[in-house]
Design a protein around this ligand. Structure first.
Ligand code: MLT
Length: 407
């Protein structure tokens, strides 16, 4: 008899963004004339930067000629892209990261879920922020690393509460944990962590032989020069952290698909008997066994992000979304509501002083604007909504006008 993975039955509700899509679909069907504006899921709207597009076109043409055709590429990514990443994203910031410590993939969502395969199936003490990108929690539930949910939280997880009191940047817990998820600039709150705050996490991880999974998918939105873009800007991080990065938000690749994971050589985890085991060869083994690499044209497009034109064009795109975030913040504050985020992040986190799904429904029905209810990100997200700055400027302006009228 084929047995099912019963951990799936522990999952609470459907994946957040599917549930939102379902409600929006139902509303659209009931009111077909409603011109809905989507400030919910963080999905880019600007077309690809010309430098990326041209690089992709050239690469596609190469595939059409026998002299330049390519079949399978290296599973870890082509050297041209790994070198560009190491140089521009890391070495230029003083981080000691080599090209062969970078694993190119088709997305950080998959990477931050797949990385769990390297760790023990049970007995791990896992610290997860609340509110949080739901993928970190749900994938641990699916893998059987939690108990059942009670009152909106899973048994066996250590929740790191992000609240207005700590500026939505939780400090390390008093108890020891083994695996720590951190995301800065934060999804969903838009909060950023200072060098000192990240140093406290690195020191804690090293003292506890713990591992930090650092999701830096939104680093391109950092404009404050004092804020680190990478965990590897923090001394000691090479010994205790894996970093996830993505071209989705940095260069508008949500549909193109390209990301990467950094696993420093010498980063260790431990066998039950205490033997130290390097993670780099394990991830290399996993990646090369289960993945055949990102397509050549996509990797050429990603490489172009680091060209002079590509860097300039993609920075302009990010600035455009940050301009939207500024409008959103101003509009929300003009309504007398508090908000954070949106200055080094595309997300604005709004205190709605009440039930977040009810507020989501109210904005959908009264203003035809889609946001994301904070409760979907965890218990500490209740009372908040997230507004995404990924949309056209005119639509953001229109949305804020409609919200002002509706509230
Ligand atoms: C979000 O809206 O939180 C993100 O777009 C989700 C993702 O990047 O997978």
């Amino acid at each position: 008899m084929i047995l099912v993975n019963e951990n799936f039955s522990k999952l609470q509700a459907s994946y957040l963004f599917s549930e939102i899509a379902k409600r929006v679909r139902a509303y659209q069907e009931a009111t077909p004339d409603a011109a809905i504006i989507r400030l919910g899921i963080g999905d880019v709207t600007l077309p690809l930067a010309p430098a990326c597009l041209e690089a992709m076109h050239r690469a596609v043409d190469e595939l059409g000629h026998s002299a330049t055709f390519r079949g399978y590429g290296p599973e870890q990514g082509y050297a041209f892209l790994r070198e560009a990443i190491a140089q521009n994203d890391y070495q230029a910031r003083g981080c000691d990261i080599a090209p062969d410590e970078i694993f190119v993939s088709d997305g950080s969502k998959c990477d931050c879920a797949n990385i769990q395969e390297l760790f023990a199936g049970e007995g791990l003490r896992i610290a997860i922020p609340d509110p949080v990108y739901p993928v970190y929690v749900d994938t641990n539930v699916m893998a059987g690393r939690t108990g059942p949910a009670r009152d909106g939280r899973y048994d066996g997880l250590v929740y790191l509460e992000g609240t207005a009191a700590n500026g939505f940047v939780p400090a390390p817990p008093a108890e020891p944990v083994d695996l720590i998820y951190l995301c800065f600039p934060n999804n969903p709150t838009g909060a950023v962590a200072t060098r000192e705050q990240l140093q406290a996490w690195v020191d804690y991880a090293r003292a506890n032989k713990a591992l930090i999974l650092f999701d830096a998918a939104y680093e391109a939105f950092i404009r404050d020069p004092a804020i680190p873009h990478s965990i590897y800007e923090i001394p000691g991080a090479r010994d205790c952290a894996i970093e996830f990065r993505s071209f989705s938000k940095k260069a508008g690749f949500t549909g193109v698909r390209c990301a990467f994971t950094v696993v420093p050589k010498g980063l260790l985890a431990y066998a039950k008997d205490g033997t130290a085991v390097p993670l780099h060869p394990m991830w290399n083994r996993r990646h090369t066994t289960k993945f055949n690499g990102v397509s050549y044209p996509v990797q050429r497009a990603a490489e172009a992000v680091y060209s002079a034109d590509g860097a300039c064009q993609t920075t302009q795109q990010v600035d455009y979304y940050l301009g939207n975030a500024k409008l959103i913040r101003a509009g929300i504050r003009a309504l007398g509501l508090d908000c954070v985020g949106g200055d080094n992040s595309p997300y604005v986190w709004v205190n709605v002083r009440g039930d977040s799904w009810a507020f989501f429904d109210r904005l959908l029905h009264a203003a035809q604007v889609v946001t994301t209810p904070g409760a979907g990100f965890g218990k500490c997200g209740e009372g908040y909504i997230r507004i995404s700055a990924f949309n056209d400027r005119a639509k953001v302006q229109e949305a804020m006008g409609r919200i002002a009228q509706a509230l």
